[in-house]
Design a protein around this ligand. Structure first.
Ligand code: AMP
Length: 486
């Protein structure tokens, strides 16, 4: 077996790139996919599935495939549509494939952190695509380095790849289970080997991962169910916390790699991160967001003429608020959908300009009292400029309603929440925030409201960004980094 077929643009850039390994804060948001499609080209299916998962990461994209003889890879910086074309998709042969989209705000956009990782091992090629963040990475890194394994990036996903490659066991089934004994934190993985695709979910189920059926014999795994419909697959079920799923010519096999811990799917997936047309724990994300908006309206009613949402992430919350309150829903703000996050620099001045590049107010705001619904406030940089836009457009009052509680704690499990010092609600009271963003009133959904609307799901959720209670141990050096860095 040869993994030398690395003719793609991404790979050759990889060879030329000059960079330092920097130990960035551990925040990555990603989408993963895995395809087993006998008789079909896995790369094309992975490409369209990644398109549907683009909201989970816009910084880099990659696909690795296997036809049992060669395992080519192509990855690069940018959107899925910028990274792939006919020529490079054509090189990605095989009925087995994994794909990845990645976003991180670690400053410089770096190709060595792009995924999947693909390496040659004693058991043949190994490709890994990872969504989430391990919370014991420093110790795992030290172990690998002491063992003589060289690492080329700062990514915990490379650590996972090397751990799998060197884990105890004669088969991938055994090695994956051995890896799971040591890893702590969030990992939804798709893994490519010569003859199979695996899907693995951490024992807490922190990040989503689901399985679909494709044209009779094919199978697919993806971060979110919205990627299944796009490629004509039908939803089968979610990957269970701690479960290993293998897709190969024997069909679907699955078993517990490690016993499940307390179920802790990230509640922020419901609030902001997942696409509204995805289904999580049996519920439509759009439906949950409408219910959150309705609850918000009961908790923080206000006299107003129009409810608008910050498009697109808060549209469902705003519809829920409007329906419950009886105040008409209006569009209010039009979003330029072609300005990606990639172009909005992590610097305050440019972020402010970013809001103007992104949103334009409609003239029918003039003379109206507006309820502006947003899904969350993180750093507090977005709301102020949007409120200013609405006032410039003639709104007489602006009342902000937020579909989640104040975010006061950093995330170590894979959502870019900023360091604690940058979280506005960690620094200011609700009244101070209202003053800071210049609104007539501000109301956040309560933690009880959020918890009741989302319900127990499969047993519970990670709400650490609101409560500071983390479902997994956080290594001291990981915590220190995220509290201080940026
Ligand atoms: P800010 O308060 O300026 O940090 O921006 C908050 C806005 O960003 C909210 O309207 C959310 O829709 C969106 N948002 C929330 N969480 C994230 C995230 N992890 N990455 C990017 N955008 C986010």
């Amino acid at each position: 077996m040869d993994i030398g077929n690395l003719k793609s643009i991404g790979s050759s850039n990889f060879q030329r790139l000059t960079s330092n390994i920097q130990f960035d804060k551990p925040h990555e948001e990603c989408g993963v996919v895995g395809i087993y499609a006998p008789g079909a080209e896995a790369a094309r299916l992975a490409f369209f599935a990644l398109y549907a998962l683009q909201h989970r990461g816009q910084e880099s994209a990659g696909i690795a495939t296997s036809n049992g003889r060669v395992a080519p890879i192509h990855k690069g910086l940018g959107l899925v549509s910028q990274v792939f074309n006919e020529d490079n998709l054509h090189l990605l042969q095989g009925h087995l494939g994994i794909g990845h989209t990645r976003y991180s705000t670690t400053g410089a956009v770096k190709l060595p952190n792009a995924q999947p990782y693909l390496i040659e091992t004693a058991l043949g090629p190994l490709g890994v695509a990872h969504n989430g963040n391990l919370t014991n990475t420093p110790a795992l890194r030290r172990d690998l380095l002491q063992y003589g394994v060289g690492l080329s990036s700062s990514s915990d996903s490379e650590v996972i790849t090397q751990m799998l490659a060197g884990a105890a066991g004669r088969t991938w089934d055994e090695r994956i289970a051995a890896f799971m004994q040591k890893a702590i934190g969030a990992y939804s993985l798709t893994i490519l080997t010569r003859d199979a695709v695996y899907a693995v979910r951490d024992p807490w189920g922190l990040r989503p991962l689901c399985i679909g059926a494709l044209n009779g014999t094919g199978l697919v795994v993806a971060s979110e169910s919205c990627a299944l419909g796009t490629i004509g697959a039908t939803f089968l079920r979610e990957v269970r916390p701690g479960e290993i799923v293998r897709l190969d010519e024997a069909g679907l096999a699955s078993w517990q790699g490690r016993a499940a811990e307390t179920s802790s799917l990230c509640i922020f997936e419901y609030i902001y991160f997942a696409r509204p047309d995805s289904v999580l724990e049996g519920r439509s994300v759009h439906w949950v967001r409408r219910k959150l908006g309705a609850r918000l309206s009961r908790e923080h009613p206000v006299q107003a003429d129009m409810v608008i949402g910050v498009p697109d992430s808060a549209t469902a919350h705003a519809i829920g608020y409007a329906n419950e309150s009886g105040i008409p829903f209006g569009e209010g703000l039009i979003k330029n959908r072609y300005i990606g996050r990639t172009f909005i620099q992590p610097d305050d001045r440019l972020r402010r300009l970013g809001v103007k590049l992104k949103f334009n107010p409609l003239p029918d705001l003039r003379g109206k009292r507006i309820v502006l619904v947003d899904d969350s406030i993180v750093r507090g940089n977005t709301s102020g400029p949007i409120v200013a836009l609405l006032r410039q457009a003639g709104a007489t009052q602006v009342h902000i309603r937020i579909g989640s509680p104040p975010i006061r704690h950093p995330c170590f499990m894979g959502v870019d929440m900023a360091a604690r010092a940058e979280l506005i609600a960690a620094q200011m009271s609700v009244d101070e925030i209202a003053n800071h963003i210049g609104v007539d009133s501000l109301g956040y959904l309560s933690l009880e409201g959020l918890t009741e609307v989302v319900g127990p799901g499969n047993g519970g959720h990670c709400r650490a960004c609101f409560t500071g209670e983390y479902p997994v141990p956080i290594a001291n050096d990981v915590g220190k980094q995220a509290f201080e860095q940026r």
